[in-house]
Structures are given as C-alpha cells and as structure tokens.
Design a protein around this ligand. Structure first.
Ligand SMILES: CC(=O)N[C@H](C=O)[C@@H](O)[C@H](O)[C@H](O)COP(=O)(O)O
Length: 235
C-alpha cells in the first residue's frame, strides 16, 4: 500500500493548501474545497495543515500529506510525536514533519519519532529537509520521502528565488529515497525543472493556493512598470 502511494506520486504535482493564522481563508471547509479544486486540476496529492483541515478533506480520492504547524521557531512543522500521531489519525496517508537535524521540542530524535509513529500507525513519513545533510540523516532515520521544503529557511542553503534545484540534484545523487521538490515552486517551468533535476514529485503551494501572495506579485510588477516604464521588468 505504502509503495503504491509513492508510485502514484511519481512525476506528479502535489498542491499545498494552507492559509496562515488570521487569514481570511483559514477555515477547514475552505481549504478542503481548494484541495478538491486542485485535484480536479490534476494534483496527485494535496498537502494540508492541521488536524481539522486534514479531517475536512477525508473524502478526497488522492493521498493527503498532512502536517501540523505548531509552536515557536525553529522546529514548527509537526514538531513532536504527538503532533505526528494526530496528523495520521486525522486521515493523512503521509505525515510530513521537520526533517532537520535540529533539536525537537519533545526531546525525541527524528529516528525515534519515525519509529514510534510507524509502529503505531501504518503511515508514510516525509522529512521536510533544509540541506543535503538533513536529507541523508532523515534517510538514516527511516523517512520514506525526502522534501526540500526547508531549503533556504534553516541557514544551511541560500534562499533561492525559485525551488532549490541544486539541492534536489545533490540529494538525488546520494540517496535512493524519492525526493519531493518543495519550496518556492512558483511556476509550471519551475515544476518541470525540478522534475528534470531528479525529483520524484513536485509540491507547489503559494503559487497556486495563496491569493494574497500571488496578488502581491502582480501588484509589485505593476508598481515597477509604473515607476520606471518597465525597465526593471525587462532587465
Ligand atoms: C517553509 C515552510 O514553512 N513551508 C511550509 C510548509 O508546509 C509552507 O508554508 C509552504 O507553503 C509549502 O512548503 C509550499 O511551499 P511554497 O509555498 O513555497 O510553494
């Protein structure tokens, strides 16, 4: 079953559907509808945040990658075993969690977290990594999928404008685990480039499901056009 899910994702798009605290779309039913719209568009899986959003999307016919962002920096993505269990029990087929080498708030190692989670529940684990060293450690810790989600957010990799293609290549060269390209996949061209760099699947969030940011991109382009007649835009 687990390997079937991984195979389903091969070459496909995962759409991350998240609204942040205080935002107008922060509502499980809204997120479930956006997820359904993404599936109609061809998403092979969706990534959802929080037990309520995950539960609201239970009837989707594609796998859900679940996370629970909680607590303060630095480890916030499904930071503890209890968060991971709650995500799995809400209906996620894949639990994504912080896959960095940083200390976790419950004191467990990544390996212990994955071992205890998978001993209790039949679920896959995706490690959200910020570097090659994270990815190799996460593979050793038992993660089934390696994500580049945290590249550019932990200080180990530069925050590239679009997805970190170099990191994808580095991980693919050293690991047999499927790599999910995630983080700043901002266009169809970025997604295709990530696949060509060796990713097993590509996850896009903001560029598809975060209208406030997307609107900001358009507004910024218009502001540049108004202020310098388009010189910045063309350069
Ligand atoms: C760094 C972090 O906390 N990333 C989060 C992880 O779930 C989300 O805020 C991102 O939207 C998601 O990874 C998709 O990436 P992008 O929105 O760049 O396509």
């Amino acid at each position: 079953m687990s390997s079937d899910i991984i195979e389903t994702l091969r070459g496909g798009l995962i759409v991350s559907c998240q609204a942040y605290p205080g935002e107008p779309m922060r509502d499980p039913e809204t997120m479930a509808r956006i997820a359904r719209a993404a599936v109609i568009g061809g998403a092979r899986a969706v990534r959802l945040q929080g037990p309520d959003d995950i539960a609201a999307a239970r009837d989707l016919e594609v796998p859900v990658i679940g996370i629970w962002k909680d607590g303060g920096d630095p480890v916030v993505i499904t930071p503890t075993l209890d968060h991971a269990i709650a995500v799995a029990e809400s209906g996620a087929s894949i639990v994504a969690l912080d896959g960095t080498r940083r200390a976790r708030p419950d004191g467990r190692t990544l390996a212990a977290t994955i071992a205890e989670l998978t001993a209790r529940i039949d679920v896959l684990v995706m490690a959200d990594c910020g570097s090659l060293d994270d990815a190799l450690a996460a593979e050793d810790a038992g993660a089934h999928l390696l994500g580049t989600t945290l590249a550019g957010y932990t200080g180990e990799r530069p925050r590239t404008d679009s997805v970190d293609l170099e990191l994808i290549e580095l991980i693919v060269a050293r690991s047999d685990r499927p790599v999910v390209a995630e983080g700043r996949v901002h266009s169809p061209a970025d997604a295709a480039a990530a696949l060509l760099a060796g990713a097993h699947a590509v996850c896009a969030g903001t560029a598809i499901t975060h209208p406030t940011t997307i609107t900001g991109w358009f507004v910024e382009a218009l502001d540049h056009a108004s202020s310098d007649g388009g010189a910045t835009w063309r350069s």
